[in-house]
Design a protein around this ligand. Sequence first.
Ligand code: CMC
Length: 427
Amino acid sequence: MPDAVFRHEEDELTLPAYVGTEGEIGVDIGNLRASLGVVTVDRGFANTAEGASSVSYINGEEGILRYRGYPIEQLAEQASFLEVAYLLQYGELPTIAELGAYEDAITQHTLLREDVKHLFEAFPHSAHPMQILASATSALATYYPDALDPLDVEAVDISSRRLIAKTPTMIAWSYKYGVHQPYVYPDNDLDYASSFLRMMFAVPAEDYVADPVVTRTLNMLLILHADHGQNCSASAVRLVGSGQANIFSSVAAGIHALSGPLHGGANQSVLEMLTRIVESGDQIETVIKKAKDKDDPFRLMGFGHRIYKNFDPRAQILKKAAEDVLTALGVDDPLLDLAMELEGIALSDEYFVERKLYPNVDFYSGIIYRAMGFPTDMFTVLFAMGRLPGWISQWRELSADPDTKIFRPRQLYTGSPERSFVPRQDR
Ligand code: CMC
């Protein structure tokens, strides 16, 4: 690949260019400041690759998402979530024996220490599950000081397994605490999704056996969310990890990053938006007009994506799944009809067409979660549970890479020039 040339005033610098597996070109500006004394400005890192990654590939123009080379459509239909978690971390699909051993290893770590319960009880019952999950994830590091060294591969492996095993328990317990019900322990005879559903919905007076449609759907939803390149939360995980913070702290940072409504929190916001439209009786046209109004901060939640400019392949799978799952469960939800109508109108509106704004993964996922019985404020923790293997894989990739440097962006200082301190009485 021919190098690139950067020109500034009289100076010129040759910059090496690299090509990724799928032909994407990256120009390395690593020597720019040292050579020419200038930095680049890139709002939202829209044009910046911090480094290389081999975990997932996204082509936003063509609507492609692959994990380790495997198309998301094939994984969503044929794989199990733990199989995908293995694939993302270790780079290859597991053999039957490897998958069995991995599932056993995860199963061994599903319990939380009994005293973790006190942590849950320190929160108000109204606490948002994302806040509880981030805090509990961070707290896990205090229980496993033996396995925190980011440079010890074996320790990282154990911590990664603990995280994947214990997160469903933490999520289910945050829910149980919120609804004043006793905690339900994991059942290691069940698969990952079924055990989680049981912890969520069983009560001592009545066991819960998940409908196979619900288990299958949850498995698919977790896979669809499992990784997505250098998104906001994965970047947060990597940034914290670049300082050699332990994996629990790094993942807790990712959970916080995911909680925002422009990122994972959008799935909750979509449902709230649809509910508001139904309750207010607003016309869809009024909502679309509001979303287009530059003076109104309202955005059509679940629409738009930094990378996808054609369609989000996850949203396509989910739109079809929403129809299928609701039919299979016998749920008639007016919010699904509303979402479809809203999508149809937005997709034919010039504003959305011009800006290439399409439904994203969060547009239909909430309707499915709702049909499965999850309350709205649990949607984003379900996203976190799915994204966990991606965060872990990217953190492991970064920690194992000898070329990793601590993330430390430059800035363009635009504050006051130097001035002298003015004593208090003279101000
Ligand atoms: N409704 C109305 N206008 C929108 C929307 C929307 N949902 N999204 C983008 N726009 C407009 C935006 O106002 C801008 O218009 P203009 O060029 O006239 O100023 C243009 O489209 C480009 O938007 P942007 O904000 O520069 O794009 P971005 O890449 O920085 O932001 C986004 C991407 C996902 C944050 C944004 O589309 C958005 O806020 N969407 C709604 C929230 C949402 O659904 N988030 C979930 C994202 S997917 C899953 C995940 O990552 O967690």
